[in-house]
Design a protein around this ligand. Sequence first.
Ligand SMILES: NC(=O)c1ccc[n+]([C@@H]2O[C@H](COP(=O)([O-])OP(=O)(O)OC[C@H]3O[C@@H](n4cnc5c(N)ncnc54)[C@H](OP(=O)(O)O)[C@@H]3O)[C@@H](O)[C@H]2O)c1
Length: 236
Amino acid sequence: MSALRVAVLGATGRLGAYACRVLEADQGFELVARARAGDDLARVLRGSSPDVVFEATAAGLGARHARLALESGARPLVATSGLTAEEVRELDLLARARDLGGLYAPNLSRGMWLVQRAAEELARHGLACEIVEQHHDRKRDAPSGTALDTARRVREARQAAGHAAGSVPVHSVRLPGLLAHQEVLFGAPGELVTLRHDAFSSEAYGPGIVAGLRHVARRVGFATGIGAAFETERGA
Ligand SMILES: NC(=O)c1ccc[n+]([C@@H]2O[C@H](COP(=O)([O-])OP(=O)(O)OC[C@H]3O[C@@H](n4cnc5c(N)ncnc54)[C@H](OP(=O)(O)O)[C@@H]3O)[C@@H](O)[C@H]2O)c1
């Protein structure tokens, strides 16, 4: 199979630069464009004709960039925080109309995906839950997209098991010295269960970048969550 042509948006950033290193080292990919703030992204995409686009720019820009990718005929993997459920629905319609795939991955880490699965299992027992997320002080959005996604999953898992969806309060901390950390706390009389995930470097996101880009190359429609990509890789 020929290598997937990939464009990285946000290629000078912490996550984008790491993605470029991972994709350059992987024979399954050909890095055909790197874009940053100030570039005419529509022109970059037209000029480089990527199959897939890795989007890692800044909160609030992900939906617009995913739309540009789909309109250029490419399949986006959006890592940038902050896509709304409404934006994901609109992107899904656009992707399906063009027979293309795409994914919004609020968190690319396999460890975090496993924490979310464990949180869903605990939520099925109806325990009270709160989330504490801690990030570096340059992160613009709060709460984090991952915390909001985890809270949604807990509420949905409770409901699916016949409990009230209830609330899942999220507490945000922004301090220098932190990178990306999340605790999901489940309390019941006399006991506490804590699920904790710490990302210490961008290496936590490498397998998700590769699996996510391979996944969007195969699927039709735009969805949320990296889980299906990891499940496909595991079954491959
Ligand atoms: N899903 C995940 O697992 C995950 C993990 C880590 C981070 N993130 C998210 O990924 C995003 C990037 O994080 P980061 O830490 O790499 O940020 P960063 O270091 O600030 O890098 C941002 C990148 O985006 C570019 N950029 C900024 N505004 C732009 C615009 N209007 N058009 C095109 N490019 C633009 C910047 O270009 P210049 O260098 O020219 O300014 C830079 O290349 C954030 O939303 C973050 O929350 C997600």
